[in-house]
Write a protein that binds this ligand. Sequence first.
Ligand SMILES: [Zn+2]
Length: 268
Amino acid sequence: MRFQVKGLETEVVVQLPSKNIFYGLPQDLRVKVRPMTVKEQKAMLSMNGNNVEDVINSIVFATCKYEDGRPLPQDLLIADRDFLLNEVRKITYGSDIEFTFTCDKCGTENKVHYDLNMLDVIPISDDFKLEDLQYTSKYITDEEGNPVVFQFIFPTITTVKQQNILSKNKRDILIYAGVVANIYGVVVTEVSDDGKTITTIKQLSLEDKKNLLEVLMQVPAVEVTNMLNFMKEHSFDGIQKSVTFACSSCGSDNDVVIINQDYFFPIR
Ligand SMILES: [Zn+2]
Protein backbone atom coordinates (compact mmCIF):
# COMPACT_ATOMS: atom_id res chain seq x y z
CA MET A 1 0.00 0.00 0.00
CA ARG A 2 1.19 3.49 -0.83
CA PHE A 3 0.08 6.62 0.93
CA GLN A 4 -0.14 10.06 -0.54
CA VAL A 5 -0.94 13.57 0.58
CA LYS A 6 -4.50 14.55 -0.25
CA GLY A 7 -3.48 18.15 -0.86
CA LEU A 8 -3.05 21.48 0.83
CA GLU A 9 -5.96 23.17 -0.89
CA THR A 10 -6.57 25.44 2.08
CA GLU A 11 -4.98 28.80 1.39
CA VAL A 12 -5.64 32.50 1.79
CA VAL A 13 -4.70 35.34 -0.52
CA VAL A 14 -3.58 38.56 1.17
CA GLN A 15 -2.16 41.96 0.30
CA LEU A 16 1.15 42.87 1.94
CA PRO A 17 1.05 45.91 4.27
CA SER A 18 3.91 47.47 2.24
CA LYS A 19 1.87 47.13 -0.99
CA ASN A 20 5.14 45.99 -2.67
CA ILE A 21 6.38 49.61 -2.75
CA PHE A 22 9.99 48.60 -2.00
CA TYR A 23 10.06 45.55 -4.25
CA GLY A 24 9.42 47.04 -7.67
CA LEU A 25 6.31 44.88 -8.09
CA PRO A 26 2.70 45.85 -8.88
CA GLN A 27 0.87 47.22 -5.84
CA ASP A 28 -2.07 44.88 -6.36
CA LEU A 29 0.02 41.69 -6.64
CA ARG A 30 -1.11 39.60 -3.68
CA VAL A 31 0.44 36.72 -1.72
CA LYS A 32 -0.92 33.18 -1.31
CA VAL A 33 -0.45 31.62 2.13
CA ARG A 34 -0.79 27.88 2.84
CA PRO A 35 -0.60 26.01 6.16
CA MET A 36 2.70 24.71 7.51
CA THR A 37 3.47 21.06 6.89
CA VAL A 38 4.77 18.68 9.56
CA LYS A 39 8.24 19.11 8.06
CA GLU A 40 8.08 22.87 8.54
CA GLN A 41 6.73 22.45 12.04
CA LYS A 42 9.69 20.18 12.78
CA ALA A 43 12.07 22.93 11.63
CA MET A 44 10.29 25.27 14.03
CA LEU A 45 11.02 22.91 16.95
CA SER A 46 14.75 23.32 16.29
CA MET A 47 14.49 27.07 16.78
CA ASN A 48 16.86 28.63 19.33
CA GLY A 49 18.28 32.06 20.14
CA ASN A 50 20.83 31.79 17.31
CA ASN A 51 18.69 30.63 14.41
CA VAL A 52 15.26 32.07 15.20
CA GLU A 53 15.35 34.61 12.34
CA ASP A 54 16.54 32.05 9.78
CA VAL A 55 13.93 29.46 10.78
CA ILE A 56 11.06 31.95 10.75
CA ASN A 57 12.15 33.31 7.37
CA SER A 58 12.43 29.83 5.87
CA ILE A 59 8.91 28.96 7.09
CA VAL A 60 7.46 32.19 5.65
CA PHE A 61 9.30 31.72 2.32
CA ALA A 62 8.11 28.09 2.09
CA THR A 63 4.45 28.76 2.89
CA CYS A 64 3.98 32.13 1.13
CA LYS A 65 4.33 32.86 -2.59
CA TYR A 66 3.00 35.63 -4.83
CA GLU A 67 -0.20 34.64 -6.59
CA ASP A 68 1.65 34.59 -9.93
CA GLY A 69 4.00 31.94 -8.50
CA ARG A 70 7.10 34.02 -7.90
CA PRO A 71 8.84 33.82 -4.50
CA LEU A 72 8.84 36.59 -1.92
CA PRO A 73 11.57 39.26 -2.30
CA GLN A 74 14.91 38.29 -0.71
CA ASP A 75 14.95 41.66 1.03
CA LEU A 76 11.46 41.29 2.54
CA LEU A 77 10.49 43.97 5.06
CA ILE A 78 10.17 42.69 8.63
CA ALA A 79 6.75 44.40 8.67
CA ASP A 80 5.57 42.16 5.81
CA ARG A 81 7.31 39.11 7.29
CA ASP A 82 5.55 39.53 10.65
CA PHE A 83 2.21 40.11 8.94
CA LEU A 84 2.69 36.89 6.92
CA LEU A 85 3.83 34.97 9.99
CA ASN A 86 0.51 35.82 11.61
CA GLU A 87 -1.33 34.57 8.51
CA VAL A 88 0.66 31.30 8.54
CA ARG A 89 -0.10 30.84 12.22
CA LYS A 90 -3.84 31.42 11.71
CA ILE A 91 -4.21 29.14 8.68
CA THR A 92 -2.15 26.38 10.34
CA TYR A 93 -3.49 26.36 13.89
CA GLY A 94 -6.45 28.76 13.94
CA SER A 95 -6.70 32.32 15.19
CA ASP A 96 -7.14 31.60 18.91
CA ILE A 97 -3.98 32.03 20.96
CA GLU A 98 -3.63 31.17 24.64
CA PHE A 99 -0.77 32.35 26.79
CA THR A 100 0.28 33.56 30.22
CA PHE A 101 1.75 36.96 31.04
CA THR A 102 3.16 38.21 34.31
CA CYS A 103 1.75 41.54 35.48
CA ASP A 104 4.45 44.27 35.49
CA LYS A 105 2.97 45.85 38.60
CA CYS A 106 1.97 43.01 40.97
CA GLY A 107 3.58 39.90 39.46
CA THR A 108 0.33 37.96 39.08
CA GLU A 109 0.32 35.32 36.34
CA ASN A 110 -2.60 35.99 33.97
CA LYS A 111 -3.79 33.27 31.59
CA VAL A 112 -5.52 34.85 28.59
CA HIS A 113 -6.95 34.02 25.16
CA TYR A 114 -6.69 36.29 22.17
CA ASP A 115 -8.10 36.17 18.64
CA LEU A 116 -5.27 36.91 16.18
CA ASN A 117 -7.84 38.27 13.69
CA MET A 118 -8.15 41.25 16.04
CA LEU A 119 -4.58 42.47 15.41
CA ASP A 120 -4.71 45.67 13.35
CA VAL A 121 -3.05 45.49 9.95
CA ILE A 122 -1.39 48.83 9.15
CA PRO A 123 -0.86 49.31 5.39
CA ILE A 124 1.71 51.82 4.24
CA SER A 125 0.31 55.27 3.50
CA ASP A 126 -0.62 55.89 -0.14
CA ASP A 127 1.38 59.11 -0.16
CA PHE A 128 4.53 57.51 1.25
CA LYS A 129 7.74 58.70 -0.46
CA LEU A 130 11.30 57.42 -0.09
CA GLU A 131 12.31 61.02 0.67
CA ASP A 132 10.34 60.75 3.91
CA LEU A 133 13.13 58.47 5.14
CA GLN A 134 16.01 60.86 4.38
CA TYR A 135 17.96 62.16 7.36
CA THR A 136 20.48 65.00 7.21
CA SER A 137 23.30 64.50 9.69
CA LYS A 138 24.53 67.50 11.67
CA TYR A 139 27.80 65.79 12.56
CA ILE A 140 28.81 63.51 9.72
CA THR A 141 30.16 64.98 6.47
CA ASP A 142 31.60 63.67 3.21
CA GLU A 143 35.24 64.16 2.13
CA GLU A 144 34.51 67.75 1.11
CA GLY A 145 32.89 68.63 4.40
CA ASN A 146 29.32 68.69 3.07
CA PRO A 147 26.56 67.35 5.33
CA VAL A 148 25.58 63.79 4.46
CA VAL A 149 21.96 62.90 3.77
CA PHE A 150 21.26 59.30 4.79
CA GLN A 151 18.55 57.25 3.11
CA PHE A 152 16.96 55.04 5.75
CA ILE A 153 14.80 52.02 4.98
CA PHE A 154 12.46 50.09 7.22
CA PRO A 155 14.04 46.97 8.76
CA THR A 156 14.29 44.06 6.33
CA ILE A 157 15.52 40.48 6.59
CA THR A 158 18.88 41.73 5.25
CA THR A 159 19.27 44.68 7.61
CA VAL A 160 18.50 42.46 10.60
CA LYS A 161 21.30 40.10 9.46
CA GLN A 162 23.65 43.06 8.95
CA GLN A 163 22.77 44.32 12.41
CA ASN A 164 23.87 40.97 13.83
CA ILE A 165 27.14 41.07 11.85
CA LEU A 166 27.85 44.70 12.80
CA SER A 167 27.25 44.05 16.48
CA LYS A 168 29.08 40.72 16.61
CA ASN A 169 30.96 40.30 19.87
CA LYS A 170 29.95 43.82 20.80
CA ARG A 171 26.60 43.50 22.49
CA ASP A 172 26.90 47.00 23.91
CA ILE A 173 26.82 48.61 20.47
CA LEU A 174 23.71 46.74 19.32
CA ILE A 175 21.69 49.95 19.33
CA TYR A 176 24.19 51.78 17.08
CA ALA A 177 24.49 48.77 14.79
CA GLY A 178 20.69 48.83 14.47
CA VAL A 179 20.74 52.46 13.35
CA VAL A 180 23.54 51.89 10.84
CA ALA A 181 22.06 48.65 9.45
CA ASN A 182 18.87 50.48 8.51
CA ILE A 183 20.71 53.14 6.51
CA TYR A 184 20.31 52.03 2.91
CA GLY A 185 22.55 54.61 1.29
CA VAL A 186 23.46 58.26 0.96
CA VAL A 187 21.71 60.79 -1.18
CA VAL A 188 24.05 62.21 -3.82
CA THR A 189 23.06 65.52 -5.39
CA GLU A 190 24.79 66.63 -8.57
CA VAL A 191 24.28 69.60 -10.83
CA SER A 192 24.34 68.65 -14.49
CA ASP A 193 25.88 70.78 -17.27
CA ASP A 194 22.53 72.38 -18.07
CA GLY A 195 22.15 73.43 -14.44
CA LYS A 196 19.60 70.78 -13.42
CA THR A 197 19.91 69.20 -9.98
CA ILE A 198 19.96 65.40 -10.11
CA THR A 199 19.50 63.35 -6.96
CA THR A 200 20.56 59.71 -6.77
CA ILE A 201 20.94 57.26 -3.92
CA LYS A 202 24.32 55.55 -3.52
CA GLN A 203 23.91 52.24 -1.74
CA LEU A 204 26.17 51.50 1.24
CA SER A 205 28.00 48.17 1.29
CA LEU A 206 28.51 46.26 4.52
CA GLU A 207 32.10 47.57 4.52
CA ASP A 208 30.78 51.15 4.23
CA LYS A 209 28.50 50.44 7.18
CA LYS A 210 31.38 49.11 9.29
CA ASN A 211 33.26 52.33 8.55
CA LEU A 212 30.19 54.44 9.34
CA LEU A 213 29.79 52.64 12.66
CA GLU A 214 33.35 53.66 13.59
CA VAL A 215 32.64 57.27 12.60
CA LEU A 216 29.39 57.22 14.55
CA MET A 217 31.33 56.30 17.70
CA GLN A 218 33.19 59.64 17.47
CA VAL A 219 30.33 62.12 17.02
CA PRO A 220 28.44 63.77 19.89
CA ALA A 221 26.17 61.23 21.58
CA VAL A 222 23.09 63.30 20.76
CA GLU A 223 23.44 62.31 17.09
CA VAL A 224 22.48 58.71 17.84
CA THR A 225 19.51 59.94 19.87
CA ASN A 226 18.47 62.09 16.90
CA MET A 227 18.77 59.15 14.52
CA LEU A 228 16.86 56.82 16.84
CA ASN A 229 14.10 59.40 17.21
CA PHE A 230 13.98 59.79 13.44
CA MET A 231 13.65 56.00 13.03
CA LYS A 232 10.90 55.90 15.67
CA GLU A 233 8.96 58.72 14.02
CA HIS A 234 9.18 56.93 10.67
CA SER A 235 8.60 53.37 11.81
CA PHE A 236 6.35 51.01 9.91
CA ASP A 237 5.13 47.90 11.73
CA GLY A 238 2.73 46.48 9.13
CA ILE A 239 0.81 44.74 11.89
CA GLN A 240 0.03 45.64 15.48
CA LYS A 241 2.90 44.44 17.68
CA SER A 242 1.38 44.36 21.15
CA VAL A 243 -2.00 44.17 22.86
CA THR A 244 -3.02 45.73 26.17
CA PHE A 245 -4.47 43.38 28.79
CA ALA A 246 -5.77 44.38 32.23
CA CYS A 247 -4.35 42.31 35.10
CA SER A 248 -7.04 40.12 36.72
CA SER A 249 -5.65 40.88 40.16
CA CYS A 250 -4.70 44.57 40.32
CA GLY A 251 -6.37 45.84 37.15
CA SER A 252 -3.32 47.62 35.77
CA ASP A 253 -2.71 47.60 32.02
CA ASN A 254 0.05 45.44 30.54
CA ASP A 255 1.31 45.75 26.95
CA VAL A 256 2.00 42.23 25.73
CA VAL A 257 3.87 41.48 22.48
CA ILE A 258 2.04 38.77 20.55
CA ILE A 259 3.70 37.88 17.25
CA ASN A 260 6.71 35.59 17.26
CA GLN A 261 6.86 35.06 21.01
CA ASP A 262 7.44 31.68 22.68
CA TYR A 263 3.71 31.07 22.87
CA PHE A 264 2.90 32.27 19.34
CA PHE A 265 2.93 28.76 17.88
CA PRO A 266 1.16 26.12 20.00
CA ILE A 267 3.95 23.59 19.34
CA ARG A 268 7.36 25.01 20.13
ZN1 LIG B 1 -1.40 43.04 38.42
